[in-house]
Design a protein around this ligand. Structure first.
Ligand code: SF4
Length: 383
């Protein structure tokens, strides 16, 4: 297949759905975590769950970079914009995520802070060149996919002597988060989630390759299938996972061979290793403190590290208590379990991060109206 519409072909989707229905053992139930918000989005957008037998379930994971950033780091970004008077450059979704007391970057902007939405790190560099008298900070978030462009920006800034540019680094790592979900007792404190296998990230894996998942597939005996983001990719990967579970295998398989290799992109990995190093720990929304799960800028590039350049105050950051984002990111609850879903909290007025980004589970439920069936069922039950 060469073109994207071929990966959305209805006839092929029905054929794969038929194979899944035949091969899913009715005596078993299958729970597969899609780590990535991109998969959550595809599942809801294309109604993939509706094509699954009743005993095949998707568990939504924490792979939405906007969703997993803890409130404290967002509050730091707001402080950079408000107290330190920098031009803060950020991707669009981050502007609307509410921090402590519902303070977001877009509210800070409305109150006069200089917050600018960018599409890439190149936009942030351009703003720094155009404003030599101002400090420009790029608010860097994301998994392994967005880390190399941040590394490039730092190297370009160094080469060009752009000393008014720095990066507030919040890049996080996928394998560490998956391992933590499987082994951490604190995370299990949210509740036990049944996971029989993982739909592995596609874009992340194009950078890191499929090799990093081999350890926990073996260690925790959970099959992994690296899956593309199109609906047929997801369905084919589910079929591959079902086959592994039925055979008692726990291997890393790669459905997304058109992009992902076992080794990944070695050039991008070398660049990331040159500019960044592991943080000893990082707080994730939903997962808590996860050891060695994020990156910081190496000392050799410390001049471009906003955390070193600006002394950020120690603050007490608070999440909205009734927001269930932490449990949803852990896979323990669904958006419809949240009392605020679709009433107080909507994409127009998000209370938590999972309702902001299109990759967030709450936004995906809301946008594609998958919650309506349940609401109707509830009403019918009352009648
Ligand atoms: Fe949080 Fe809103 Fe989702 Fe509830 S619906 S968990 S308040 S983001």
């Amino acid at each position: 297949m060469k073109f994207v519409d071929e990966y959305r072909d209805q006839k092929l989707a029905r054929t794969i759905a038929g194979a899944i229905a035949v091969e899913a053992d009715p005596r078993k139930s299958y729970h597969f975590m899609e780590f990535c918000g991109g998969h959550t989005h595809a599942i809801f957008r294309y109604g993939v769950q509706d094509l699954m037998p009743d005993n095949v379930h998707f568990v939504h994971g924490p792979g939405c970079p906007v969703c997993v950033l803890p409130v404290s780091r967002l509050d730091d970004a707001v402080e950079l914009a408000e107290r330190h008077g920098v031009i803060l450059c950020t991707y669009g979704d981050m502007m609307r995520v509410p921090g402590t007391k519902q303070r977001s970057l877009i509210r800070a902007k409305a109150d006069g802070a200089d917050v600018r939405m960018v599409y890439s790190t190149l936009d942030a560099l351009k703003i720094a060149r155009e404003n030599p008298d101002r400090q420009v900070v790029f608010f860097a978030i994301g998994f392994e996919t967005t880390t190399p462009p941040t590394g490039v920006a730092i190297k370009v800034a160094e080469a060009g002597g752009l000393d008014n540019f720095s990066v507030f680094c919040n890049h996080v790592l996928t394998p560490a988060a998956i391992g933590h979900i499987l082994e951490s007792p604190e995370v299990r404190g949210f509740g036990i989630v049944k996971i029989d296998g993982f739909l592995g990230p596609s874009h992340v894996s194009s950078v890191i390759g499929s090799q990093p998942y081999e350890f926990f597939a073996e260690e925790f005996q959970k099959p992994v299938v690296i899956a593309g983001f199109e609906p047929l990719d997801v369905m084919q990967s589910v079929l591959m996972l079902i086959r592994q579970v039925n055979d008692g295998r726990h291997e890393v398989e790669n459905e997304y061979t058109r992009v992902v290799t076992r080794q990944g992109n070695l050039k991008a990995q070398a660049l990331v290793n040159e500019v960044f190093e592991l943080r000893k720990s990082f707080d994730w929304r939903g997962l808590g403190t996860v050891p060695y799960s994020a990156l910081r800028i190496r000392d050799v590039y410390a001049d471009f590290d906003a955390e070193k350049r600006f002394e950020l105050s120690v603050k007490v950051s608070k999440e909205v208590k009734s927001c269930e984002c932490p449990s949803i990111l852990r896979g323990v609850k669904k958006p419809t379990d949240c009392k605020l879903f679709g009433t107080v909290c909507t994409p127009q007025n998000p209370v938590g991060s999972c309702m902001v980004s299109s990759e967030g589970a709450c936004a995906a439920y809301y946008s594609y109206s998958r919650f309506r069936d349940r609401k109707l069922a509830d009403l019918e039950a009352v009648e």
